[in-house]
Design a protein around this ligand. Structure first.
Ligand code: DP6
Length: 409
């Protein structure tokens, strides 16, 4: 029927890299200068929900559209267009092979997308956003594509998005093919391999960040000498050590590489000319707090990492909740949002952070997010994808959210 509206919904998680992607060798195909590795975080806390729909009844003159957090967003950019093109051509191939299929590839697309966290606050929203966009359209088109194949497409939307196609511990292999066909994500380990992994995000600023990742990394590639050492030597060593640490569930090694790699990435930002600074005084106070927690614990129980913004993400193991979360709760106070009673229950922090760092953190952290590694990157097959109205998709958000929470840790 000409006016049938076809719909599919999905959610996608955020991932936070412990070996950072920073630098493109081919900006057009979005191919990186180095491999990277991340932990996919629970969708119960950080997620994008996207509904994709298409219909012959949508006016062709209006073209494709995206409503992002309630506002129309530009889809004419090369990255979004590349994702649409790749997905449409895969659908067109199915339609050519089976003429009884409706010609969805020829219909305009309407997408509705919602984040449950501040967009562009350095919280990897583009990763969850492009992963959800690609997966929702792939579901709509009923493409028989594996997460790894979809990661090739999501990569062209935003590099880090390719890692959000998997749960658990995920590597993006840089590849060496000129056409990018081997630059995709794979799963290093399921979350269930090391399910004790937790993260606390200290949200320093929910304001939009200064220099975008895309332009920042291009400036670094063009001007930093230190960057050459990072991609040739530092990252390959960090990747190998990190994979071994995850395999052996060796937190001390995981933590050291995480902190060293974050420091190395931010050093190349400072070595960019003119320099780029993503971390601020609050970020540096978070580093001091982590160092003092580790020193007082007598072993490495916490690891900080920072993306292209001032927010601190601190990884720790569940058994060390008291040392890490208890200490930070004591420093930041209970007034800010994000604390979870179940996590705080019975905590008696014994570690103190120096006055200077503590007061900078107390004044500068606006909320916390307590989260952990995730088992599923996407809702399992069989979950009903149809929603009532594509432009009112957020009405289904609560029910999807409840379902997603019930299947994620
Ligand atoms: C610092 O994936 O946002 O978060 O490919 O240009 O969209 P584009 O960049 P993006 O860069 C993320 C950089 C990072 C590190 C990481 O996630 O690995």
């Amino acid at each position: 029927m000409a006016d049938t509206v076809y719909r599919a919904s999905t959610t996608a998680p955020v991932n936070i890299a412990v070996v950072k992607y920073w630098g493109k060798r081919d900006p057009k195909l979005n191919l990186p200068t180095n491999s990277s590795l991340s932990v996919t975080l629970s969708q119960a806390d950080l997620r994008t929900l996207t509904t994709a729909s298409c219909s012959a009844s949508y006016p062709a003159a209006e073209g494709d559209s995206l409503l992002l957090n309630g506002e129309l967003s530009d889809v004419s950019g090369a990255r979004t267009q590349a994702c649409f093109r790749e997905l449409r051509s895969r659908r067109a191939a199915l339609e050519a092979a089976n003429p009884s299929l409706p010609k969805l590839s020829t219909f305009p697309l309407r997408l509705v997308s919602e984040n449950n966290f501040p967009t562009a606050a350095g919280l990897a929203s583009s990763a969850a956003g492009f992963a959800a966009l690609v997966r929702a359209i792939a579901n709509l088109y009923e493409l028989p594509a594996s997460p790894s194949e979809l990661s090739l497409i999501a990569r062209q939307g935003s590099g880090s998005a390719c890692r959000s196609l998997f749960g658990g511990y995920v590597a993006w292999r840089m590849g060496d093919a000129a056409d990018g066909s081997d630059s995709k994500a794979d799963q290093v380990a399921e979350a269930s391999h090391w399910p004790e992994m937790r993260a606390i995000v200290l949200v320093v600023s929910a304001a939009k960040k200064g220099v975008s990742s895309t332009s920042g990394m291009q400036q670094t590639v063009a001007t930093s000498g230190l960057f050459q050492e990072r991609i040739a030597k530092v990252v390959p060593e960090n990747m190998a050590t990190m994979e071994k640490a995850i395999h052996n569930r060796d937190f001390a090694s995981f933590a050291e590489v995480t902190m060293r790699d974050s420091n190395s990435f931010h050093a190349t930002c400072a070595d960019t000319y003119p320099p780029i600074f993503y971390m601020n005084d609050v970020s540096r106070a978070a580093i001091r707090a982590v160092e003092q927690i580790n020193a007082a614990a007598g072993q490495t129980v916490a690891a900080y990492t920072f993306d292209a913004g001032p927010n601190a993400v601190i990884y720790y193991l569940e058994k060390d909740t008291e040392a890490v979360v208890g200490t930070l709760y004591h420093v930041l106070g209970g007034e800010i949002t994000g604390w979870k009673d179940a996590v705080l229950k019975g905590l008696k922090p014994s570690i103190s952070v120096d006055e200077g760092a503590a007061s900078i953190l107390k004044n500068g952290v606006s909320r916390v997010i307590l989260t952990g590694a995730i088992l599923y990157a996407f809702l399992p097959a069989g979950f009903p994808h149809t929603v009532t109205d594509d432009y009112l998709a957020y009405q289904t958000f609560d029910s999807l959210q409840a379902f997603a929470s019930s299947i994620t840790s």
